[in-house]
Ligand binder design. Structure first.
Ligand SMILES: NC(=[NH2+])NCCC[C@H](N)C(=O)O
Length: 296
C-alpha cells in the first residue's frame, strides 16, 4: 500500500443552521424535497465526531442565513498548511459559478484571514475565472483540478502561476459529477477512488496516468456518493460502501466508517463536500513559475 496522505487531519465545517434547498444548481437538488433540519443537524454532528474519533481536528464556522449551500464547506476555498512564505498557510478563495453561492466567499475570506491564512483569488464579481475548491486536490506531484461544470479552464493558470505549482486539469463532462470531489477521492499516496465516466476520454487517460493504483467505482457506488469520502489517518469516512469496496479498503489496512448523510444528498453533496481540509501540502506540487498540464 502507499503511504498515508500528507493532508486531511484538519478540517473546516459549517454548522447547518440554515440548510435548505432554495434553488437548483445541480441534478440532485429539488425545492420540493427539503432536508429535515433536526436530522441534518444530527447527521452533521455524527460526521464531525467521526473525524475527531479518527484523530482529526475540526474548526466550525457559522452558516450565513442567506447562504443555504454554505454547509458544503469544501467549496469555501483551497487551503494549505503553513509554508515558508506564508506561516499561517495560504487559501485560494472560491469564485463560485452560481450567484446564489457568492456571498459565502465574503464570510470565507474573513475566516481564512482571521485564522492567519494568506488569501489569494482567481477572480471576483464579474472578474476572472470561476474556481470552486471542491474541484481541487493535491495528489502525487501536482494539484489535480476538475474543470467544466464549475471551475473554468482559465482558473488553472491562476492556480499554477499564483502558487508556483504544477496543475493537472481533468475535464468533467458528466452533469451528475459536477465537482471533482464526486468522481475522485485520494485514499493514500498511490490509491484513489475514481469514476472515469465523469470525464472526457482524454481526461480519463490522464486520470489513469495520475493515479498509480486506481480503485474504479461502479455506477451504483459513484451515485451513492462513495467517491465523496474523506480519509483521516487510517480511517475512511464514507456515506455508502459496497461489500466489494469494503473488502478493498480494509485490505489496504484501513478502517471504514459509514455514516448516513441522506439530508445532505438532497443538496448534491456528502462527506467530502461538507469538510474542507486545511492542511494541503503546497510543496508537494511546487514548480518554479507554475505549470499547467491539460489532457491531450
Ligand atoms: N464539494 C461539493 N461537491 N459540494 C457540493 C455542493 C452542493 C451545492 N448544492 C452546489 O451545487 O454547489
Amino acid at each position: 500500500m502507499g503511504q498515508q496522505l500528507g493532508w486531511g487531519r484538519r478540517y473546516l465545517m459549517v454548522r447547518p443552521d440554515h440548510f435548505r434547498i432554495d434553488y437548483v444548481i445541480n441534478p440532485y437538488m429539488s425545492t420540493q424535497d427539503q432536508p429535515d433540519p433536526e436530522l441534518a443537524m444530527r447527521q452533521w454532528s455524527s460526521l464531525r465526531l467521526a473525524i475527531i474519533d479518527a484523530g482529526g481536528e475540526v474548526e466550525v464556522l457559522d452558516q450565513r442565513p442567506d447562504s443555504p449551500d454554505m454547509v458544503y464547506a469544501m467549496n469555501l476555498g483551497l487551503a494549505t498548511a503553513p509554508t515558508e512564505e506564508a506561516p499561517g498557510g495560504r487559501a485560494m478563495l472560491s469564485h463560485m459559478r452560481f450567484e446564489p453561492r457568492r456571498k459565502e466567499s465574503l464570510t470565507a475570506a474573513a475566516w481564512f484571514t482571521g485564522h492567519g491564512f494568506a488569501l489569494d483569488r482567481t477572480g471576483g464579481e464579474g472578474v476572472g475565472p470561476h474556481f470552486e475548491s471542491g474541484d481541487a486536490f493535491f495528489f502525487g506531484d501536482s494539484l489535480v483540478v476538475g474543470y467544466g461544470p464549475r471551475t473554468e479552464e482559465d482558473a488553472l493558470k491562476h492556480l499554477a502561476t499564483g502558487w508556483n505549482i504544477r496543475v493537472r486539469g481533468l475535464r468533467i463532462t458528466h452533469e451528475g459529477m459536477y465537482h471533482l470531489d464526486l468522481p475522485f477521492c485520494p485514499i493514500d499516496s498511490t490509491h484513489a477512488l475514481v469514476y472515469p465516466p465523469a470525464l472526457d476520454a482524454a481526461s480519463q487517460a490522464e486520470l489513469f496516468g495520475i493515479v498509480p493504483d486506481p480503485i474504479v467505482l461502479t455506477d451504483e457506488e459513484a451515485f451513492a456518493f462513495s467517491g465523496n469520502s474523506v480519509v483521516v489517518n487510517d480511517t475512511v469516512i464514507m456515506p455508502a460502501c459496497s461489500t466489494r469496496l469494503h473488502d478493498i479498503l480494509t485490505g489496504l489496512g484501513l478502517r471504514v466508517v459509514v455514516l448516513d448523510l441522506s439530508e445532505f444528498h438532497k443538496g448534491g453533496g456528502s462527506v467530502r463536500c461538507m469538510t474542507n481540509p486545511l492542511d494541503f501540502d503546497l510543496a508537494a506540487a511546487s514548480v518554479v513559475g507554475g505549470e499547467v498540464v491539460l489532457p491531450s
